[in-house]
Ligand binder design. Structure first.
Ligand SMILES: Cc1cc2nc3c(=O)[nH]c(=O)nc-3n(C[C@H](O)[C@H](O)[C@H](O)COP(=O)(O)O)c2cc1C
Length: 185
């Protein structure tokens, strides 16, 4: 079993990205992992925008990264890249905050024109933070995510299967890594 930090990075109060992550969290939990959710929009804006590295909420967020074996990063595509909210948090973490960790990058967006934003924008930033492994990510179109009045989330066929597949690849990579760590002490 691994500890996973699941980070949603939309500033929206009704974020589809956050809903999608919570949906995947349930899948990862069912596979035996401990999943901790971090919604970046709940962190204090003054700390994020004022580079307050020592703010208790930022220190706590940093500790969650440190404790995690795996990190899911989910962001909406904004202006052809990841959200500024995500960058404002990553900039407050240590340079190598992802050292040794397995990372699953996910994005939601409004147009397939930016389907590669994970690879040309998000992945290089994550790679600079020292992860052991960035597993294949997935971009989901916003129109393919629907939330019913009772809160039930539905993902369009095709995208749903692809998401399940990248989540399972991430889970398998984590399983291999925790087994290796246990074996090598
Ligand atoms: C300020 C802003 C900029 C956006 N820029 C893009 C963009 O460049 N490319 C894209 O595909 N979608 C863009 N979108 C659409 C969002 O990425 C998309 O609706 C996403 O699913 C929103 O996620 P959320 O509900 O978690 O905030 C933008 C949305 C906003 C509000």
């Amino acid at each position: 079993m691994a500890t996973i930090l699941s980070v949603s990075a939309s500033p929206s109060a009704t974020s589809r990205t956050a809903r999608l992550l919570r949906h995947l969290d349930a899948r990862l939990t069912a596979q035996g992992h401990e999943v901790i959710a971090l919604d970046v929009r709940t962190l204090p804006a003054e700390a994020l925008l004022g580079a307050d590295f020592g703010h208790p909420a930022i220190v706590r967020a940093g500790a969650l990264f440190e404790q995690a074996d795996g990190v899911v990063i989910g962001t909406p595509v904004y202006k052809a890249a990841y959200s500024g909210l995500l960058k404002s948090l990553l900039d407050l973490l240590p340079q190598y905050a992802l050292t040794g960790k397995t990372v699953l990058p996910l994005a939601t967006g409004g147009t397939t024109a930016h389907v590669l934003a994970i690879d040309y924008a998000l992945r290089p930033v994550l790679a600079s933070m020292g992860p052991a492994h960035i597993t294949p990510g997935w971009f989901t179109l916003d129109k393919d995510i629907t939330v019913a009045d009772d809160g039930t989330l539905t993902v369009a066929p095709g995208s749903a299967e692809a998401l399940a597949q990248v989540a399972d690849q991430f889970s398998a990579a984590l399983g291999g890594r925790t087994t290796l760590l246990a074996a090598t002490g």
